[in-house]
Design a protein around this ligand. Structure first.
Ligand code: NAD
Length: 480
C-alpha cells in the first residue's frame, strides 16, 4: 500500500486546506502509515458553510425519504464492493484483527441498509387537542450536524452516525479520530458515487483539540453527535452550551459480567473472555469487570485465565490472530500504568502480561487478569480501554447488583444464570443503557444503544437514532 497523502473531503472533492499534514502510525509496526490533511478552524468553517448552503438549498432534505433511502442502499452496496480494501485499511490503521475488521465493514454496510429502509418509516402523530381543529406533528431534519467519531471502531461508528443523519435529510460534517481517519475518508467518494449531493457529506481531519473543537464550537452547527471519552464529551457539552446546540453523547464504560453459580462455568468463562478482550479491550462495551458468585469463583477464575492465555496475539493481518497491538504508544503506556497501579493497590495479578511473548516492535500489550480487587481501586473504577480485567466475588443477588452499579459509568453488561427470574431481576436493576442475559451481544443495529450516568446522553441505532437527528414540529390547523 502506497504511503501517500490523504486529503480531507469538502464539497464533494478532496480538500487540503493550508497544505499541512499530520501522520497516522501503523500500530503493528510503529511506522508511519499515511499523512493526512491537518485542518484548522477556517477549514472547518468552510466545511460547515458548505454543509449549510446545501442544507438550505433543499437539494437533499427535499428529496423524498424513499429516494434518500435508495441512495443509502447504494452506499451500502458500494461499501460491500470495497470490503477488502476497507478492512485492510481498518486493520492497519488501528491494529484490529483482519477478521474483526471485515465484520466491522460488513456491519457498516448493514447499518446503511437498515437506515435506507427506515428513512420512510418515520412519521408524526395526530393529537386530539381541546381546540376545534387538527393537530399533528412532523419530524424535520435538525440541519447541519457535526459527527465526531473515535478510533476504536472507526468505520462502523462513522456509519452509525452518518446513515441515520443522512436518512432524515441533514447535511453532515464528519470528524474522524486522528489515529484512524483513513476508512472514514473513503466514505466521501462512496457517498458521491451513490448519489449524495456534493457538500451534504463533508469530512474534516486533524487533532481533536483543534479540528474537533472548531467543529463542536462552530456557531452554525445545529447538533453534535459525539462518541469518545467521557472527559471529551463533557468538554463538548460545555462548548455547545453557549449556543444551545443539540448534543448526543456515547461515552466510556466499565461494564460488568455477573455470573451466578447455576451456569456452565466453562462456557461462560469462554464468552466472558471474548467480551473483555475483543478489540484488545478497546471497546466501550468491554465487560472488564467480572462479578462471580463465591461458590464458583475459583473454578471460574481458573477457566477464565486459561482462555485468556489461549488468545493469539500478533500481526493483525494474520486471519488466525485474536488480538493485535493497541492503537498507539501513548495508549499502550497508559494501559501499562493501570496494570502497575493495580499491583500497587494490592490486587492479585492472576495472569501477568509477562506470561506472554508478544512482538517487540509496534504497540503490543499482552493481557492481564486481576483478582482480589475492591471497589475503591483505580482499576475497578476507571475505564482502562485495554486488555485488563478484574474479578470480584459476591455472595448475594443484592451484593452483585450493588457492585455492578458501583462505578460512575452505565453503558452495558451481562448477566448469566439459568434462573430466568433472577437474571431479569438483576438485568432490570443494573443501571446501564443496554444489558444482555446469557449473552455477550450488546449492540444490535435495530435496537437502541447508549448509556446511563457518565456513559452518555441519547440513544443511537434503531429507530431511536432517527429521532436523534430530527426536531419535532407541532402543527395546529383551525377547522372553523
Ligand atoms: P476521544 O474522546 O479521545 O476522541 C473521540 C473523538 O473526539 C476523536 O475524533 C477526537 O479527535 C475528538 N476530540 C478530542 N478532543 C476533542 C475536543 N476537545 N473537541 C472536539 N473533539 C475532540 O476518544 P477516543 O480515544 O477516540 O475513543 C475512546 C473512547 O470512546 C473510550 O472512552 C470509549 O469508551 C468511547 N467509546 C464509546 C462508545 C459508545 O458508543 N458509548 C463507542 C466507542 C467508543
Amino acid at each position: 500500500m502506497a504511503m501517500d497523502k490523504w486529503a480531507a473531503w469538502v464539497g464533494g472533492a478532496p480538500y487540503t486546506g493550508a497544505g499541512e499534514y499530520f501522520t497516522v502510525d501503523e500500530p503493528a509496526t510503529g511506522h508511519v502509515l499515511a499523512e493526512v490533511s491537518k485542518l484548522g478552524p477556517e477549514d472547518v468553517d468552510r466545511a460547515v458553510r458548505t454543509a449549510r448552503t446545501q442544507f438550505e438549498s433543499g437539494v437533499w432534505q427535499n428529496q423524498s425519504a424513499t429516494q434518500r433511502g435508495k441512495v443509502l442502499l447504494r452506499m451500502a452496496q458500494l461499501i460491500r464492493d470495497e470490503v477488502e480494501t476497507l478492512s485492510q485499511l481498518e486493520a492497519r490503521q488501528v491494529g484490529k484483527p483482519i477478521r474483526d475488521a471485515r465484520d466491522e465493514v460488513l456491519t457498516a454496510a448493514d447499518c446503511f441498509e437498515f437506515y435506507a429502509g427506515a428513512a420512510n418509516k418515520l412519521h408524526g402523530d395526530t393529537i386530539p387537542v381541546s381546540q376545534p381543529g387538527l393537530d399533528y406533528t412532523i419530524r424535520v431534519p435538525v440541519g447541519v450536524v457535526g459527527l465526531i467519531v473515535p478510533w476504536n471502531f472507526p468505520f462502523l461508528i462513522t456509519a452509525w452516525k452518518v446513515a441515520p443523519a443522512l436518512a432524515v435529510g441533514n447535511s453532515v460534517v464528519v470528524k474522524p479520530a486522528s489515529y484512524a481517519p483513513l476508512t472514514a475518508l473513503k466514505l466521501g467518494p462512496i457517498a458521491q458515487a451513490a448519489g449524495v449531493p456534493d457538500g451534504v457529506l463533508n469530512i474534516v481531519t486533524g487533532p481533536g483539540g483543534q479540528t474537533g473543537e472548531a467543529l463542536a464550537s462552530h456557531h452554525d452547527v445545529d447538533k453534535i453527535a459525539f462518541t469518545g471519552e467521557t472527559t471529551t464529551g463533557s468538554r463538548i457539552l460545555a462548548l455547545a452550551a453557549a449556543r444551545v446546540a443539540r448534543v448526543s453523547l456515547e461515552l466510556g464504560g466499565k461494564s460488568p459480567t455477573i455470573v451466578f453459580p447455576d451456569v456452565d462455568v466453562d462456557m461462560v468463562a469462554r464468552l466472558a473472555v471474548a467480551s473483555a478482550y475483543a478489540n484488545g479491550g478497546q471497546d466501550c462495551c468491554a465487560r472488564s469487570r467480572l462479578l462471580v458468585h463465591r461458590d464458583i469463583a475459583e473454578a471460574f477464575t481458573e477457566r477464565f485465565q486459561g482462555y485468556v492465555r489461549q488468545l493469539k496475539i500478533g500481526d493483525p493481518l494474520d486471519p488466525t490472530v485474536d488480538m493485535g497491538p493497541l492503537v498507539s504508544l501513548a495508549h499502550r503506556d497508559r494501559v501499562r500504568r493501570y496494570v502497575e497501579s493495580g499491583v500497587q493497590e494490592g490486587a492479585r495479578l492472576v495472569l501477568a502480561p509477562e506470561a506472554y511473548s508478544v512482538p517487540t516492535h509496534g504497540f503490543y500489550q499482552a493481557p492481564a487478569v486481576f483478582s482480589e480487587v475492591s471497589e475503591s481501586m483505580t482499576i475497578v473504577q476507571e475505564e482502562i480501554f485495554g486488555p485488563v480485567s478484574t474479578i470480584q466475588v459476591f455472595d448475594t443477588e443484592e451484593e452483585a447488583i450493588a457492585k455492578a452499579n458501583a462505578t460512575p459509568y452505565g453503558l452495558s453488561g451481562s448477566v448469566f444464570s439459568r434462573d430466568i427470574g433472577r437474571a431479569l431481576r438483576v438485568a432490570h436493576r443494573v443501571k446501564s443503557g443496554v444489558l444482555s442475559v446469557n449473552s455477550i451481544k450488546s449492540v444490535h443495529l435495530e435496537a437502541p444503544f447508549g448509556g446511563f450516568k457518565m456513559s452518555g446522553i441519547g440513544r443511537e441505532l434503531g429507530l431511536e437514532a432517527l429521532e436523534l437527528y430530527t426536531e419535532v414540529k407541532n402543527i395546529f390547523v383551525a377547522l372553523d
